[in-house]
Design a binder for this molecule. Structure first.
Ligand SMILES: Nc1ncnc2c1ncn2[C@@H]1O[C@H](COP(=O)(O)OP(=O)(O)O)[C@@H](O)[C@H]1O
Ligand SMILES: [Mg+2]
Length: 327
């Protein structure tokens, strides 16, 4: 597709669509917005943010009841739609990228999550980066009811901030730690749910303790996921008395040392790559620190370099050489 031609087209459209007759121009534009929101599963709030309007304004406009400057709002809306068209055109130039595969490592993680949810138990999944932990979390959440995921960053390590992350995950908001903790409990109890905390190595001891007490009080399943430090964090390095309460509750743990050959094969075969030399090269990439993250990047680069021709050994070698960023 010719990007330049496309943008000319869009600009002309912009002018042509400035409404003379609002009653006539409204329905198609609203339908386009509704269609796009549906296609991208956007809430009105998300769409409004992208457009640069308030949720109220967007909602009123969608219902043909916007009391403000309709023309100004519609200029923004048209710009948003045009930007999306350009985005779609650019996406067409990239090879379509398979997004999720049931790799052996992911299967193992999913089984541990199922156990935790079914039994309302505490589990710990920890291991090196890039083996598919976060992918597994997303997959589990998207295919099971009552699963909530919170991701902890170094900035959200403290008790208050971690509770806010969890509150966001389960959809409650309260001012004050105790109120928030109570609201989270009420939200998760009797749900037979699972709360998954990713990057849990960042949690402070106080935050870990609070999550444990939420589990104790409600029986909600709890999964701590993160790098190899997570387990050390849960056990306090050694099994000191201080951590005995937490440690004793871990019903199952799964340590992932690295990506497996099976994982590499699954990712590779999604791109039609099956040859022994190709797999050997990708396996080497998988042994580097980024693990499957690197494998995915090399596959995507090789696919892009190959155009429609698919992924070749030469393409993989080149991609690997170009990808000299070690994670
Ligand atoms: N099962 C999978 N399906 C598709 N891509 C995967 C899978 N497992 C790993 N990957 C690739 O590896 C990258 C790292 O996976 P991720 O789940 O973020 O690892 P971790 O959370 O263990 O650090 C992903 O962004 C993706 O490119
Ligand atoms: Mg991760």
């Amino acid at each position: 597709m010719n990007a330049k031609l496309d943008s000319v087209q869009i600009e002309t459209d912009l002018e042509a669509l400035v409404p003379d007759d609002r009653a006539l121009s409204h329905p198609p534009l609203q339908d386009r917005v509704r269609g796009l929101m549906e296609r991208r599963s956007l809430s009105q709030a998300r769409a409004a943010t992208e457009i640069g309007a308030s949720v109220t304004a967007l909602s009123q406009w969608l219902n043909g009841k916007y009391p403000g400057d309709v023309q100004a709002l519609e200029v923004k809306i048209r710009q948003w739609l045009a930007a999306q068209d350009r985005h779609d055109a650019a996406a067409g130039l990239l090879p379509s990228r398979p997004n999720f595969f049931r790799s052996p490592t992911v299967e193992k993680i999913l089984a541990v999550f199922s156990y935790a949810q079914m039994m309302g138990d505490v589990v710990c999944v920890y291991g090196h980066p890039g083996v598919g932990k976060t992918k597994a979390i997303q997959q589990y959440r998207d295919s099971n009811p009552s699963v909530w995921t919170a991701t902890i960053s170094p900035n959200s390590a403290s008790l208050g901030a971690a509770l806010e992350e969890v509150g966001d995950a389960v959809g409650v908001r309260e001012i004050g730690r105790r109120k928030l903790a109570r609201a989270i409990r009420r939200r998760v109890e009797n749900t037979r749910g699972l709360l998954i905390v990713d990057e849990a190595q960042h949690l402070s001891v106080a935050a870990l303790e609070e999550l444990r007490s939420i589990h104790d009080a409600t029986g909600v399943g709890l999964a701590f996921v993160g790098n190899p430090d997570v387990y050390a964090r849960l056990t306090g390095g050694e099994r000191s008395l201080r951590f005995a309460q937490l440690y004793s509750r871990i019903g199952m743990r799964l340590f992932l040392k690295g990506a497996t050959l099976g994982d590499v094969r699954v990712l590779a075969s999604a791109w039609g790559v099956k040859g022994a030399e190709e797999i050997a090269l990708l396996r080497e990439v998988a042994e580097e620190p980024g693990a499957l993250r690197g494998v995915s990047k090399v596959l995507v680069l090789a696919a892009m370099a190959g155009g429609g021709e698919g992924v070749t050994l030469k393409g993989l070698r080149q991609a690997r050489a170009n990808l000299n960023v070690k994670e």
